[in-house]
Design a protein around this ligand. Structure first.
Ligand SMILES: NC(=O)c1ccc[n+]([C@@H]2O[C@H](COP(=O)([O-])OP(=O)(O)OC[C@H]3O[C@@H](n4cnc5c(N)ncnc54)[C@H](OP(=O)(O)O)[C@@H]3O)[C@@H](O)[C@H]2O)c1
Length: 237
């Protein structure tokens, strides 16, 4: 499989690259600053991982990334994992910095929309339906984007941006279904990364094992769903 992973230089993204490489997939890894992505560059020293500059906030960067992928390799894209994400300060309503809320939208909502849109030609390469072969767009969301599950409030920028991402995924699912392209959001759990912190209960390796199992088992009938990394259970909206 040819797979794109965004936010590939650390955390869940880096572990996705590692496990995808280990099983023989071709990984196109996007990182904001490839020259500083030392762990990712170590993976790229072996076959199976190519590192590309990608800032999901930037139209120009996303366009250059998509053009590079299209010209460097004739193969179509089988799987896009929109993993890059941002969690800012969790400020109560009165102290809320609206520019920071906007930044969450730019990275967590518009980023995946921007990347998916730019990579559609590559997902479609080889014929719109490619003989009925399912291609997959997976957005790494969060339980914090669930309105039904919001029992503690706060985290405005993060919660809003992930809830909006969930809605975007649903619309993509409806729009792309006839082309045999699925779009789902998956909650990765609470994971030991820079974002999740050291107290998180789940190691990145376990999270990614679960994510890949859910992604591998994905059926077109599930398109539009909000899934959990554990066994692909549905998460309430
Ligand atoms: N960890 C958790 O407990 C948890 C829980 C629920 C959901 N998630 C979601 O899982 C995904 C991965 O999270 P993580 O825990 O691995 O976070 P992380 O350790 O903070 O890593 C975030 C990644 O996103 C990248 N990124 C941020 N802004 C970007 C931009 N504008 N363009 C390109 N890349 C950008 C970062 O790159 P830089 O190094 O350049 O900043 C980094 O590679 C995120 O979508 C997050 O919301 C995580």
């Amino acid at each position: 499989m040819r797979v794109v992973v965004t936010g590939a230089n650390r955390g869940i993204g880096l572990e996705l690259c590692r496990q995808l490489q280990d099983r023989g997939d071709q990984v196109e890894a996007g990182a904001r600053q490839p020259e500083q992505a030392s762990a990712l560059q170590e993976l790229a020293a072996r076959p199976g991982v190519h590192v590309h500059a990608l800032d999901v906030q930037s139209d120009a960067s996303v366009a250059a990334f998509a053009a590079g992928l299209a010209s460097e390799d004739p193969r179509p894209l089988d799987l896009l994992i929109n993993n890059a994400g941002y969690l800012g300060a969790m400020t109560p309503l009165e102290g809320l910095d609206l520019d920071d809320v906007r930044l969450h939208y730019e990275i967590n909502t518009l980023g995946p929309i921007r990347v998916t849109r730019a990579l559609l030609p590559l997902l479609r390469r080889g014929g719109a339906r490619r003989g009925g072969l399912l291609r997959k767009v997976v957005h790494v969301t969060s339980r914090m984007g669930s309105i039904a599950d919001n029992t503690s409030g706060g985290a405005y920028g993060y919660r809003l941006s992930k809830a909006a991402l969930n809605m975007a995924s649903k619309s993509m699912a409806i729009e792309l279904r006839s082309e045999v392209i699925a779009s789902v959001v998956i909650n990765p759990g609470w994971v030991q990364t820079d974002m999740g912190g050291r107290n998180a209960p789940t190691a990145a390796s376990d999270c990614v094992q679960g994510l890949l199992q859910v992604i591998d088992g994905l059926k077109l009938e599930q398109t539009g769903a909000f899934l959990d990394y554990r066994g692909g259970a549905e998460v309430p909206w």
